[in-house]
Write a protein that binds this ligand. Structure first.
Ligand code: GLC
Length: 717
């Protein structure tokens, strides 16, 4: 074992000869320290146990099932395509090995830098034990100390590097559906949004824009005017965002396949031949994204899309998901032929059925193909969680090179490190109320892992959504940086206008309010880029006490807001826990209403038309008037809602929304200030270097519940 100090509060411990994952940045200084945890070795795996007292909480582990506090379940870091995430699932699409163990006095962060499977039994088998099992012997463990969870998270973000920042249009509303099969389908959606005057910044294109599911091809038959359409819509501020899958179709004459073979870019089987698996197009090879040459080669393919006016992409099936491989399909077919005409008893029938029912994503597939890393040859299973991360890195490098400005990029599979290259959606969920509440609970652990440009398939991907569920989901998703309504083929249509007049009106209002919130949300994204830390914070990270720890269906957003969405059916409202006095905001285009509430538990009515949230004491939240697209936002007048008991400041960050200038600090800053005067008045000020901003309108509630409406001209500076 080797130990190295990263900062005063972070020490890393190296065991064996780990694969370089590129996650941790920064200088390592060798030190003589022992890991204060006892490791056990059994069957090539290393495990350790942490004691849990009754009051210990465990937070993190990225996009997983379970609560915000992860106790009471088993989780596994192993990127898996499993759309029906029922209660008993242990793995989802991302593998994030960062967690914090906290009791009432101390908190310790753990990051296990290991690309294979890691299992966490968080008090499931034994109530007072957290057992970690690493499926290998070559890894780094980092221990992070700090005065609070927030401090530990911020120091982890320093080590893991700054996050991907989407262009500002990436914060708009996006419509998607696996089922928009032709140019006409897409145009119809676009036209309907225009007719209904529902804001829209883009339409995601699923598989059908391609020819025979081949990456980097455009279907002549279904999308004959792809480029024309993409450019025309972009002029109106509405972008097309096509999908790219990990598997490359095996087909003579298909340039990506032929170049891949020629350049030796595909993962190999045990005999050194390109491994054959099957996904959408039938048989495919998988690019070996773990090789830098392959990252560059595949990244350059995105030029075909950027040349056609594309500025955003979603990378899918990159766990990688496998429908079947040749060996397993052959076994199934042979078993079926043998069974033909036979009389199958229960065992014979189940055995035959399993050959096909469980043929997707079998564990053995990932042992049948290999990656070459330096002079090492490793099975995919050993480095599995790097695959989606490295595909996203490849896309990010390619898009950056060929576009020359910021792009939208989301991936389905993820692990920590990928946050520097792209955002993510949480994978295939279902139109279930439980997945709406899961969406809320996942947000802070994604932020802990460094991912901010995140969102779930709003409305749910699989299953038929009810109008009520979609509207409730929008009431949450309008706050998530990625806001995309996406659904699977064969399910009930899910556009915001598909559920009758009443709900169309409600959904339209929610999407408009999202556009009103963009200055604030975008500012919070830029701030996390600058300082690390979290955008969505559980109450337990900010307030002491059992009530705050239990309030897992509420969330702080930035330092200003508290969200308490409705996540259950037929609800007319809900109980909300206020850890301190707050102002309830009934957010509207004109005349939002503010109500001062004392700390404690309150019942709050919350209809489908409402968008409600809470403003914290001495905080200001800027917003703007709605627009049809992000590009049409008018930033000359800013509005501010606030709860000012004594004094409040908010610094609004903004930039040009598309260049990489923010990396060099090219950020506009607007300081908004309000102070309750002892003489009884309210003093407000706004100072800014934003070229567009002229006037700020404040609507503030003071500690007595009185409302102050003040307008000021912006001072330059
Ligand atoms: C996968 C994706 C989903 C997409 C579908 C078809 O299931 O997760 O979002 O619609 O593939 O491409």
């Amino acid at each position: 074992m080797e130990a190295f100090k990263m900062t005063d509060n972070v020490i890393g411990f190296r065991f064996g000869n780990p694969v370089e994952t590129g996650v941790i940045q920064g200088e390592k200084t060798q030190v003589e320290v022992n890991l204060p945890i006892e490791l056990r070795e059994e069957g090539g795996r290393i495990s350790f146990t942490l004691k849990l007292t009754e009051n210990d909480r465990v937070y993190g582990l990225g996009p997983n099932l379970g609560g915000i506090n992860k106790r009471g379940r088993i989780y596994e870091s192993y990127c898996t395509d499993d759309p029906l995430h029922h209660e008993d699932k242990t793995t989802l699409y991302g593998a994030h090995n960062f967690f914090v163990l906290e009791d009432d006095d101390v908190a310790t962060g753990f990051f296990i830098d290991f690309p294979g499977r890691v299992k966490y039994d968080v008090g499931f088998t034994t109530l007072e034990e957290l057992q970690v099992e690493i499926h290998g012997q070559d890894f780094d463990i980092y221990l992070l100390e700090g005065a609070s969870i927030k401090e530990i998270v911020a120091s982890f973000h320093k080590l893991a590097g700054k996050p991907y920042m989407p262009p500002k249009w990436g914060l708009g509303y996006f419509q998607s559906r696996w089922g928009y099969q032709t140019e006409e389908d897409v145009k119809k959606v676009y036209e309907t949004f225009k007719e209904e005057e529902i804001p829209l910044d883009g339409i995601y294109l699923d598989l059908d824009y391609m020819e025979d599911f081949k990456d980097f091809t455009l279907s002549e038959e279904r999308f004959p005017n792809f480029k024309d359409m993409a450019l025309k819509m972009k002029e109106e501020g509405v972008r097309l965002i096509p999908i790219i899958d990990a598997g490359v179709k095996i087909e003579e004459g298909y340039p990506v396949y032929e170049e891949g073979i020629k350049g030796d870019h595909f993962v190999k089987d045990k005999d050194g031949k390109p491994y054959v698996a099957a996904v959408w197009p039938g048989k495919v090879h998988f690019p070996d994204f773990l090789k830098e040459e392959t990252q560059r080669w595949f990244g350059d393919q995105y030029k075909i899309l950027t040349d056609a006016g594309i500025e955003g992409v979603w990378n899918d099936m990159n766990e990688p998901a496998i429908f079947y491989d040749e060996t397993s399909l052959q076994e199934g077919v042979e078993a079926a032929i043998l069974a033909q005409g036979g009389n199958l008893n229960v065992n014979a029938f189940f055995s035959l059925r399993d050959k096909f029912m469980n043929i997707g994503n079998k564990l053995e597939y990932y042992r049948r193909f290999f990656h070459e890393i330096g002079d090492r040859r490793l099975t995919n299973e050993e480095v599995h969680n790097l695959y989606g991360y490295m595909m996203t890195k490849s896309a990010s490098l390619g898009l950056k090179k060929h576009l020359g400005k910021r792009h939208v990029l989301i991936s389905r599979a993820s692990s920590i490190g990928m946050h520097r290259y792209g955002g993510l959606w949480t994978g295939d969920n279902s139109s279930w109320w439980s997945h709406l509440s899961l969406n809320l609970r996942m947000l802070p652990s994604l932020n802990m892992s460094g991912f901010y440009y995140v969102g779930a398939d709003t409305g749910g991907f699989g299953g038929h959504v009810s109008g009520e569920l979609l509207t409730r989901w929008l009431q949450l998703s309008v706050f998530t940086p990625l806001l995309r309504n996406h659904s699977a083929i064969g399910t009930r249509v899910q556009e915001p206008y598909a559920f009758g007049d009443v709900l169309t009106r409600a959904n339209k209002k929610h999407i408009e309010r999202r556009y009103m919130l963009i200055p604030y949300l975008y500012s919070e994204m830029l701030k996390t880029y600058e300082t690390g830390g979290m955008m969505f914070t559980p109450l337990a990270f900010e307030f002491f006490g059992e009530e705050a720890q239990q309030a897992e269906d509420q969330m702080l957003l930035g330092e200003e807001l508290m969200l308490a969405p409705v996540v259950s059916q037929n609800a007319k409202g809900r109980y909300v826990y206020l850890p301190e006095d707050m102002v309830l905001v009934d957010f509207k285009k004109y005349d939002s209403s503010l109500t001062l509430l004392k700390d404690g538990v309150h019942y709050v009515s919350y209809s489908l038309e409402d968008l409600k949230f809470f403003l914290r004491r001495n905080r200001l939240m800027p917003y703007t008037m709605p627009s049809q697209t992000v590009k049409d936002q008018d930033l000359s007048i800013l509005k501010v809602l606030g709860y000012v008991d004594t004094e409040a400041v908010y610094v609004l960050y903004d930039d040009d929304g598309e260049s990489f200038g923010y990396e060099q600090g090219k950020i506009y800053k607007t300081t908004l200030y309000a102070r309750k005067l002892e003489t009884g008045g309210m003093k407000v000020e706004a100072k800014s270097n934003h070229p567009d901003l002229q006037t700020v309108n404040f609507t503030l509630m003071d500690g007595t519940g009185e409302i102050w409406n003040e307008e000021v001209k912006v001072q330059r500076g």
